[in-house]
Design a binder for this molecule. Structure first.
Ligand code: DGT
Ligand code: CA
Ligand code: CA
Ligand code: ZN
Length: 583
């Protein structure tokens, strides 16, 4: 069956190719449709196959796009997409991973220099061909040269936000297979790492071969990489999926083992040995009466194996949430009864960094607030871009516009239940200044300050700069602190503990930007900052209603940083948040 993730990928590809062709407006419409298709709760292909006309009701899917989705589900291709691909036979995904190279540039590079892939691009940059293009110059060329290598290696990992929906599709499919009694994702995706090497899936079955056969027969499988009686590796789109099938009695042990991380497993295995136990992917065994522990995989008395909780229990430990299994002290904390009481999605009461069409968002203030209300949020903040360094000229708001927008936000909020904050996303300049006038700061309820320029500073300068921003009494939230874009640019390197100390002292929250391209801050930095007493804000940075759903990635990223509800300002009741913002 064609998944929503696959349909969304085709629409994104359409958008890229149209953009490369210099077509205006349409690419945005395709991207918007792609995002809504991806977020759609039921498989759109099912609806199409059932002859249900309702796909035009999917937000952003009009007649034209609906026709293309139908064509794809029914025939496996879209004629117009094939034509566009033939006109521009380039490795779009690889090329646009290079920072500073978007689809439009890819189109020009192909038409003017015949560049089709990263190798061509690197060669052209080294030969000085790119600086000759109108509007490019030596600096752009040097940037491209530097970023090609990063794009090449980084490109091998998938974003969590792309791989996880696909993993959910795999699970939904396997759950429908009669031979499979239980299934779960394991590996880095179960630990919610920001990027994923491959998707590990585990199934319990007494008929392993039937379970493997079922996966190989799945419509979404593009390639079979390898297969055997109890395991298979397949390619679905750009993602590698590894399936392992085990007997039900060993499912929990296998799930524990294949969830990793390796560091966590090694420490847990040693913890077991110290207690006269043997732990492996087949179970937990009491080997206290046995001399030769290496005598076999299943020696001793099986104490646990069917459930994962049983494995931890056999070692005298509570279950450790997968997000914590990175060997950062979680086993000692579990043994001491000091595991954090992690934040869950339902704890999040609002979103404090979102955009509208006043800057580069797609929707009006009212549309975004409607969407926040529909999610049941208690409060919500609009924080459009202020003009400043790193913001495209003309896109960010001037001081006068900020004041005007704040009035408009309050008018929209007037007769609503939800509390709406008038905010701004200011820019942290290279020295840590935020460039807002006193009058603007007075007017606003909330200031998010984020770095958008000078993202290649050294670590000391970057730490100083970010510390200065959080020390600024006007700043409530430091937005996407590193400015990283996964697979594209590293962003600022800095000392998260030093930043956390300053943030705690000055009552500024550090953002976990939940956009799947960012996840900034990330787990280890969140943990370091919280240990210093800092608070965090989980924000989607949404530019359209569907993106409010990114909160899912933000919550799991914060959990990787051991965050409890008390650490997260947008999990606080409104009254407490108000005190924080006013302080
Ligand atoms: P990835 O795929 O690179 O994002 O990261 P993982 O963690 O999913 O790694 P992967 O797919 O190579 O292996 C899945 C899990 O299997 C891993 O998290 C822990 C377990 N595992 C794999 N190889 C070993 C090993 O040599 N020793 C131990 N203790 N565990 C292993
Ligand atoms: Ca994996
Ligand atoms: Ca794997
Ligand atoms: Zn930003």
């Amino acid at each position: 069956m064609t998944t929503n993730a696959e349909l969304a990928a085709r629409l994104e590809e359409f958008a890229d190719l149209l953009e490369a062709d210099g077509v205006e407006y349409k690419p945005r419409a395709y991207r918007r449709a792609a995002e809504n298709v991806l977020a759609y709760p039921v498989p759109i292909a099912d609806r199409i196959e059932a002859g249900d006309g309702a796909i035009e009701n999917v937000d952003g899917v009009g007649d034209a796009i609906a026709a293309k989705l139908r064509e794809y589900v029914e025939t496996g291709t879209i004629a117009e997409l094939e034509e566009l691909r033939a006109e521009l036979p380039v490795e779009m995904a690889a090329l646009t991973r290079v920072e500073g190279v978007g689809p439009k540039t890819v189109g020009r590079l192909y038409r003017e220099l015949g560049i089709e892939d990263l190798e061509d691009l690197e060669r052209a940059a080294e030969n000085g061909e790119i600086r000759e293009l109108h509007g490019f110059g030596e600096k752009t060329e040097a940037n491209i040269r530097e970023n090609v290598e990063f794009a090449r290696t980084a490109g091998r990992r998938q974003l969590l936000g792309e791989a996880r929906p696909l993993a959910d599709d795999v699970l939904a499919y396997l759950e429908s297979v009669a031979a499979v009694s239980r299934c779960a994702v394991a590996g880095s995706i179960r630990r919610w790492r920001p990027t994923i090497g491959d998707v590990d899936v585990l199934a319990a079955s007494d008929r392993g071969e039937d379970a493997v056969e079922a996966l190989l027969a799945w419509d979404s499988v593009d390639d079979v990489i390898e297969s055997g009686p109890s395991k298979a590796s397949v390619r679905v789109g750009e993602v590698r999926v590894d399936l392992r099938v085990v007997v039900p009695e060993e499912f929990g042990a296998a799930l524990q083992y294949f969830t990793g991380s390796k560091g966590h497993n090694v420490r847990l295995r040693n913890y077991a040995i110290d207690r006269g136990m043997k732990l492996n992917e087949y179970g937990a065994f009491d080997v206290s009466g046995i001399d030769d522990h290496e005598a076999g995989q299943r020696v001793g008395d099986r104490v646990a194996g069917e459930t994962e909780a049983g494995i931890y229990e056999a070692l005298g430990l509570p279950s450790i949430p997968p997000e914590l299994r990175e060997d950062r002290g979680e086993i000692a904390a579990a043994a001491a009864g000091e595991l954090p009481d992690l934040l869950v999605r339902e704890d999040v009461r609002g979103d404090l960094h979102t955009h509208t069409d006043w800057s580069d968002g797609n929707n009006t203030i009212a549309e975004m607030v409607d969407a926040a209300e529909a999610r049941g949020y208690e409060y919500y903040a609009i924080a459009d871009h202020a003009e400043g360094p790193g913001v495209v000229s003309g896109m960010g708001l001037t001081d006068a516009e900020i004041v005007e927008q704040a009035a408009e936000i309050r008018a929209v909020a007037d007769d609503r239940e939800i509390e709406v904050f008038a905010g701004i996303e200011a820019n942290v300049d290279a020295d840590g200044g935020i460039g807002l006038s006193g009058e603007v700061i007075e007017t606003l309820d909330l200031v998010v300050a984020s770095p958008h320029s000078a993202l290649d500073q050294d670590a000391d300068a970057a730490t100083d700069r970010l510390v200065r921003a959080v020390e600024n009494p006007a700043v409530d939230v430091l937005g996407h602190p590193s400015g990283r874009l996964l697979n594209r640019r590293e962003g600022l390197q800095f000392d998260p503990a030093a930043l956390g100390r300053a943030a705690a002292e000055h009552g500024t929250a550090l953002e976990v930007n939940a956009n799947p391209h960012r996840l900034d801050l990330w787990g280890s930095a969140v943990k370091a900052a919280i240990e210093e007493g800092a608070t965090i804000a989980i924000d989607t940075d949404a530019h359209r209603p569907a993106a409010l759903e990114y909160v899912r990635w933000g919550v799991h990223t914060a959990r990787r940083g051991w965050a409890e509800p008390a650490d997260v300002i947008n999990a606080w009741p409104l009254a407490e948040l108000r005190v924080f913002l006013e302080g």
